[in-house]
Write a protein that binds this ligand. Structure first.
Ligand code: PBG
Length: 319
């Protein structure tokens, strides 16, 4: 039926109609706030390329989380910046490592907060690569041993979900086996299944002090040109035991989110990364765009593409 029997503008006529008929919603339930934690006291160090984001010491972070939980924060993703880096990334799996301390503190203080831990070694090694380097190359299978140890340390500290982000082949299988062997059958795995070698991670590398000192991450992270390969990555991770599949970055990869959503029947997460946040904030600070409404529009697009969960630095302002 055509005009004038049909007038699509009727569906947009006022905010009552518009809001009742919205197909997509972004709610606090779906948002995961990334946080950078470091050892020390009294620290709330601003990250210059990510306005509104900080590196926290635990004593300052806990009251901040308290306030955010009151405003509806439900989930956090923790990144650690250790005081000491070494070639075996020891601080990543030390019982007193910063992440383990942070998880214990948060699970104790905020029993209703879902605590997710990033599992990667670039912050913990002097060379800034995501595992063990041998002859200038990331040694995949040698890295798996460290991944197993770290997963157990994080689960033992009380993490609800372990999120391996190194794009190491076999990481999900290794983690699932290690967790199951230690009695952590109920700890979930959210795999960074399709993580692209992206320039959008620039600000994060300042935030987490994890830029590679030589070379780049292209031999483990994916080529932005590839989509079929992302489906293979996701399929393998699901077979290995991933509970949730993550796509990263989000905005330049909405097609990947959609295809993974349609191909597999698992929860899908998308990481709205540091560079995506920095662009919006920079334009906002210059008065070039309204960063608040742009952020909402971007998050809506990520939901519309098919993401169930969104990891985003905007979570704070949206709450
Ligand atoms: C580390 C890691 C990175 C991000 C999350 N985990 C950086 C990288 O792979 O270089 C990026 C997150 C962001 O940009 O917000 N493996």
């Amino acid at each position: 039926m055509a005009f004038p029997a049909n007038r699509l503008r009727r569906l947009r006529i006022n905010s009552l109609v518009r809001s009742r008929l919205a197909e997509t919603e972004v709610s606090s339930r779906q948002l995961i706030l990334p946080l950078f934690v470091r050892p020390g006291r009294g620290l709330r160090t601003p990250i210059s390329s990510m306005p509104g984001q900080f590196q926290w010491s635990l004593d300052r972070l806990i009251p901040e989380i308290q306030a955010l939980v009151r405003r509806g924060l439900r989930s956090v993703l923790l990144f650690g910046i250790p005081s000491r880096k070494d070639n075996r990334a020891s601080e990543a799996y030390a019982a007193q490592g910063i992440i383990q301390q942070a998880v214990r503190a948060m699970k104790k203080k905020f029993p209703d907060l879902l605590v997710i831990t990033d599992l990667c070694f670039c912050e913990y090694t002097p060379h800034g690569h995501c595992g063990i380097i041998r002859n200038g190359h990331l040694d995949n299978d040698a890295t798996l041993g460290l991944i197993a140890k770290t997963a157990i340390a994080q689960a033992r500290a009380g993490a609800d979900i372990i999120a391996p982000s190194g794009m190491i082949d076999g990481m999900v299988k290794t983690i699932r086996q290690a967790l199951d062997r230690q009695g952590f059958q109920n700890t979930l795995i959210m795999s960074y299944a399709a993580k692209y070698a992206s320039s959008f991670y620039g600000p994060f590398r300042e935030a987490a002090d994890c830029a590679p000192r030589f070379g780049n991450r292209k031999s483990y992270q994916m080529n932005p040109a590839n989509a079929e390969e992302a489906l293979r990555e996701a399929g393998m991770d699901i077979d290995e035991g991933a509970d949730i599949i993550m796509i990263k970055p989000a905005l330049a990869y909405l097609d990947i989110i959609r295809r993974v959503r349609e191909t597999y029947h698992v929860p899908v997460a998308a990481y709205n990364v540091s560079g995506e946040y920095a662009m919006v904030k920079a334009a906002g600070q210059n008065g070039w765009m309204d960063d608040k409404t742009v952020a909402r529009e971007i998050l809506t697009s990520i939901r519309r593409a098919g993401a169930d969960l969104i990891i985003t630095y905007h979570a704070k302002e949206l709450l």
